[in-house]
Design a protein. Structure first.
Length: 132
């Protein structure tokens, strides 16, 4: 697993909040996904380019532990690390941390694999190298 997590900074926008005034639970998945894509770019892997080559990275399981709610205007960082968990699967360990006070708002474990053009799971060589 990477020693230093990738950091992606965000700010909550008004329209991401629900009637209760907090970020809607589904929006957190968007934050996490964007951060994973940006993290992959730091490894030289472009999600869109992989898809054009018919290598599709897919989520097979998502575990999200909502600790505290974000509200409009909150600045926060998504921390992302990746590790191999089996021959064909990898995991992203992600955390959402509010800027300023460092409070953990969410812990996430996202498990994925790659699907080839025949719809079969595999790990492309580019990803194998990143996982070590």
């Amino acid at each position: 697993m990477n020693k230093v997590p990738h950091r992606q900074l965000f700010e909550v926008r008004d329209y991401e909040c629900d009637l209760q005034g907090v970020v809607n639970n589904a929006v957190y998945q968007h934050y996490l996904e964007h951060s994973r894509h940006e993290f992959l770019k730091t490894l030289g892997l472009d999600f869109a380019e992989l898809a054009r080559r018919r290598i599709n990275l897919v989520v097979v399981r998502a575990e999200l532990d909502y600790r505290r709610p974000l509200v409009s205007g909150d600045s926060f960082v998504v921390l992302t690390q990746m590790e191999r968990i089996s021959k064909l699967r990898f995991a992203f360990r992600q955390q959402i941390v509010r800027e300023g006070d460092g409070v953990v708002m969410l812990d996430g474990l996202i498990i994925g694999t790659a699907i080839n053009e025949r719809n079969r799971p595999f790990l492309p060589s580019e990803l194998e190298l990143s996982l070590g």
